[in-house]
Design a protein around this ligand. Structure first.
Ligand code: CP3
Length: 341
């Protein structure tokens, strides 16, 4: 197996900078669109053979150094009792959003084997053929809570913050339940064979640093300490460059960065012992090949100051992205970093 990604996660010497791309299995790939034209998104997530097929596509097409399980962060939320739908125009919709104690008590405890067997089945299928490590994942409790309370995506997160500030005990009770769910979900993926896990905290950046500590980070700490430390644990707190000194205390082995912070500045804040992942603006891929190569080389070069660097975009690849530019990105990262560090 190509273990460059795992070596970089552990801060070991590598022959080149490994690269994978968030949302690498997705709508920008015609091969994904073809599978997706036959089934809806949730069916795709819940059919192990299809989920495995689209997980493998970017590994073959782009030559990335890791695969990420095809699924969605809202799958376990549905499994503990909320009705979920993906609308083409509005994105995810969760019916009967949680606004009170009754809503919280209706949530079940996750039994992964019983409730989401297709996730572990997809992992097992993938482990039979993959030549690169497989990353499992979960949403972080705060990010999952925003979806559960808002009922979908949101602009100002008023319902979430109202509960935080008006009924903090209730909010913490919800977070406790979600945290238990995430721990058993990730441990089930680990038992099934994933090689690393990533926790996506996509909306933590809407919080002030003090609120981040109180309402988000402590639950991430709890999750990280409940996971086997032999496997790399990646924490990606999106839009949190202004509170990296807080993010640093998550306990994760690898910290994901978005593009709003210069990777050199991030490494200065985190220290040269840090292992980082990121952080090219996904929209760079709409530029010329020359710009893509130049910007990618810059991130690779600056990433050398960290103990380990895994190249990625600063957020998911966008549906309109030209596939050739994604291929060129992977090639450039491998070329300019060859010789290792
Ligand atoms: O990275 C990968 O390739 C693995 C698959 C993956 C998906 N979603 C597939 C997906 C992962 C890791 C996710 C995580 C996820 N899902 C996050 C965290 C990462 C981030 O983007 O911040 C979030 C916030 C979600 C929730 C979600 N899922 C939204 C808001 C949407 C709608 C927006 C959109 O891009 O359509 C989704 C749908 C979704 N998840 C798609 C894919 C490929 C598109 C579904 C389709 O085929 O129509």
């Amino acid at each position: 197996m190509n273990d460059t990604f795992l070596k970089a996660c552990r801060g070991e010497k590598t022959d080149y900078t490994p690269v994978w791309i968030m949302r690498q299995a997705g709508r920008y790939l015609p091969e994904y669109q073809k599978v997706r034209s036959k089934v809806d998104f949730l069916t795709l997530c819940k059919t192990p053979e299809l989920a495995a097929e689209v997980t493998l596509q970017p590994v073959d097409i782009l030559g990335v150094d890791a695969a990420i399980l095809f699924s969605d962060i809202l799958i376990p939320v549905e499994a503990i009792g909320m009705k979920l739908e993906f609308s083409e125009s509005k994105g995810p919709i969760l019916y009967d959003p949680i606004r009170d104690s009754v809503g919280i008590s209706r949530l079940r405890t996750l039994d992964p084997q019983e409730d989401v067997p297709f996730v572990m089945d997809a992992v097992k299928l993938l482990k039979q053929s993959l030549k690169v490590p497989l990353i499992g994942f979960s949403g972080a409790p705060f990010t999952l809570a925003t979806y559960m309370i808002e009922g979908g995506s949101s602009r100002n997160y008023v319902n979430t913050k109202r509960m935080m500030y008006k009924e903090p005990e209730m909010f913490h009770r919800l977070m406790d339940k979600i945290t238990d769910c995430v721990i058993s979900y990730l441990n089930a993926q680990i038992d099934a064979g994933v090689d690393a896990v990533q926790i996506f905290d996509s909306w933590a950046g809407i919080l002030s640093p003090a609120d981040f500590d109180e309402f988000a980070l402590k639950y991430v700490n709890k999750i990280i300490s409940a996971l086997n430390p032999a496997l790399p644990r990646i924490y990606f707190a999106f839009n949190c460059g202004a509170m990296l000194s807080h993010v640093k205390t998550s306990g994760a082995d690898v910290l994901g960065l978005d593009w709003r912070i210069d990777i050199s500045d991030a490494i200065t804040t985190l220290g040269s012992n840090a292992i980082v992942q990121g952080n090219l603006d996904p929209c760079t891929l709409f530029g010329t090949k020359e710009i893509v190569a130049k910007r990618a080389a810059d991130v690779v070069k600056k990433g050398r100051a960290a103990k380990g660097h895994i190249f990625n975009l600063g957020h998911g690849i966008l549906p309109e992205t030209p596939v050739d530019n994604a291929k060129a990105l992977v090639e450039t990262v491998h070329e300019v970093s060859a010789g290792g560090k």
